[in-house]
Ligand binder design. Sequence first.
Ligand code: KG4
Ligand code: ZN
Length: 333
Amino acid sequence: MGNLKVLGIESSCDDTAIAVVEDGRTLVSQAAASSAKIHARYGGIVPEVAAREHTMAILPVLEETLERAQIPLAALDAIAVTEGPGLLGALLIGVTFAKALGVGLGIPVVGVHHLEAHLYANALIAPITFPALGLLVSGGHTTLVLWEGHGQLKVLGETRDDAAGEAFDKGARVLGLPYPGGPQIERLARTVEVKSGLRLPLANLGSKSLDFSFSGLKTATREMASTHPTRRAEIALALEDAVVRALVKITERALTQYPVADLYLAGGVTANGALRQAMADLAARRQVRLHLPPMGLCTDNAAMVAALGYYRLGQGHRMKNDDSARTTYSLGD
Ligand code: KG4
Ligand code: ZN
């Protein structure tokens, strides 16, 4: 009996990703296909297109993953799949595929929460140290959690409107940059040599609130762009700076209210260099240990799904035959 090999499957949005992870911490292999380029033409994800592309990609991606791992299907011990939240059609492909494969191979299948899975990108570096604070910053969510153990998460704060990634995506649209906007904004912001005085305002939801609000940034960015049409790079920098400041401010407040020793970041926006640096500064100031996912595992991937699946399997969770995709799925549910 060797290590426990879990196949992870992620299809909640525009990435069809599959990975093999051993014992919830060693990434053996992964492969992925993305339909992002197709959606870019429309300025955002088209759910029907995403679902169709998943159906085309999922088998070749599985084959590629196994080929890279140099193992046959029969070597797998279990399957973990993103159950939700996400796009219905997209999720259904992954969930149905996982269940069918599980029946065919006679191995257990476990469903996982996409956001919780993002946190487990960190488990691929080192075992998680509890209790911790977790900040999830993706295209659809901005959530602060108190993370007390595997499967024990309490939501402390959330965005009341747009997610942090959405603020980047919408701001990018205003500046005429393609989807996904985060990397585009970051790239443009980096071209600024002399920091200007352009500054976007932060939302204020009260001095104790651990919630976020980013929807005001879109309007403010648009106004700034029409006032200063030639200063696009500075506006990109101002947007990045506003999102980062908001995330740091609320995270610092959470550390005061919940003085834990470990802070975990996760989600696509964690790929942002300015955010990583600002959080490192915060961690040094507050003397907490900062944990960042590996750069390649910040955005959607299947390794994180397999890693979380390992722990859920260990706790006895199994997907039943009539379990299906959960488009709205609360964290800690
Ligand atoms: O976690 P993720 O891959 O997918 C969701 O579950 O939403 O996050 C995607 C989000 C997008 O909004 C994208 O613009 C943002 O992450 N993002 C970034 C960067 N890379 C991706 N935002 C800022 N800077 C980046 N470098
Ligand atoms: Zn995600």
